[in-house]
Design a protein around this ligand. Structure first.
Ligand code: DQA
Length: 140
């Protein structure tokens, strides 16, 4: 099985920005943790990060037929990107939406996701383990 983890805008700064919300661990370190998790289960996990909305759409297009599933933390794009929403709807590959923080316990603008409706499911609030649980959802 091959799975793809996509991180969107500002998530390259994980470990440096708002440590009280997102923790002190870097995205590279989180990805290494997830890669180990996959390796132990015979799953190949690839990683992609971009701060550019259209590049995330292209990554979703390219994932179609290449991966059994995509785990997507779109960052703030989650709350307003109809382009990413339409890209998810356009492809056959199932996408699980992820957030490290509990977006419902934060600012009101974070309560709305324009992506959830076209995702297979959503996992949020568990820090780096949100990604792990989302990966696991493809294994059960
Ligand atoms: C986030 C939550 C978003 O609201 C925020 O814009 C992010 C990160 C999370 O992982 O909790 O950049 O997706």
């Amino acid at each position: 099985m091959k799975l793809l983890v996509i991180n969107g805008v500002n998530l390259n700064l994980t470990g440096r920005r708002e440590q009280g919300v997102y923790g002190a661990e870097s995205l590279d370190s989180i990805n290494a943790y997830l890669a180990e998790y996959g390796k132990a289960r015979g799953v190949q996990i690839d990683f992609y990060q971009s701060n550019i909305e259209g590049e995330i759409c292209t990554a979703l297009h390219n994932a179609d037929g290449m991966y059994e599933g995509v785990v997507l933390n779109a960052g703030a794009f989650t709350h307003y990107s109809y382009a990413i929403r339409d890209a998810i709807a356009a492809v056959g590959v199932p996408v699980v939406e992820v957030h490290m923080s509990n977006v419902h316990a934060r600012e009101s603008f974070r309560e709305k996701s324009v992506l959830t409706q076209v995702c297979k499911g959503e996992i949020l609030g568990f820090g780096k383990n949100s990604y792990r649980l989302a990966l696991e959802s493809f294994l059960i």
